[in-house]
Design a protein around this ligand. Structure first.
Ligand SMILES: O=P(O)(O)OC[C@H]1O[C@H](O)[C@H](O)[C@@H](O)[C@@H]1O
Ligand SMILES: [Fe+2]
Length: 185
């Protein structure tokens, strides 16, 4: 029981699923990830319907609203295309100076970052890890474990996504499984 002034939250994540009014769900399958993985031969032979990651997001204001804040929960399935881990497309923000937080909730992964000079670095992601992604830095997450990787995200509503740059030129380094060890090459 709660008093009139103390209500239940309208959003919650239960067992990793973001629920509430206005929550949107999206899936990314192999067929949606053209130009993401290096091994095009193995990619072409992979079932196009294979689920790679799922994103649920709460977008309370219209995209582009200054001062608005978005929330996302992403689940990346374990798997590889050749020796490269399942990962997100990755993007710069359309308003490139906008920053973002990611944080690890479940599983093991690596956050891959790249600045505008195409310098790449990476941070280990695990339950409780917190990642501040400054503006002007592209970001992508790979699931390096054998379980689902779940992470949260929060970013400004006017940040937008610039996928084109990464789709065309990729990241300057790739994270591969080298004898069982996640390695940036
Ligand atoms: O957009 P991607 O690069 O595919 O990454 C997947 C998603 O990860 C996080 O949840 C981000 O905050 C979302 O904005 C993004 O859409
Ligand atoms: Fe982002």
């Amino acid at each position: 029981m709660t008093s009139a002034a103390v209500s239940n939250p309208t959003l919650f994540f239960n067992g990793g699923i973001l629920q509430g009014e206005g929550v949107e769900h999206a899936t990314r399958r192999i067929k949606d990830l053209d130009n993401v993985f290096q091994d095009t031969k193995v990619f072409g032979k992979t079932d196009p319907e294979t689920l790679v990651y799922e994103v649920s997001s709460f977008l309370p204001v219209a995209e582009g609203t200054p001062g608005g804040l978005y929330f996302g929960l992403t689940h990346i399935h374990p798997g590889k295309v050749g020796n490269e881990y399942f990962m997100t497309k990755g993007h710069f923000h359309a308003l490139i100076d906008r920053a973002e937080y990611y944080w690890g909730i479940k599983g093991e992964g690596v956050l891959i970052l790249m600045n505008e000079n195409r310098e790449v670095w990476a941070e280990r992601m695990f339950p409780g890890s917190l990642h501040f992604i400054p503006g002007r830095v592209a970001h992508r997450v790979a699931n390096t474990g054998s379980q689902l990787l779940s992470f949260g995200a929060s970013w400004p509503a006017d940040a937008g996504h610039n996928y084109e740059e990464i789709r065309k030129n990729g990241f300057a380094r790739r994270l591969i499984d080298k004898n069982g060890i996640p390695t940036l090459i």
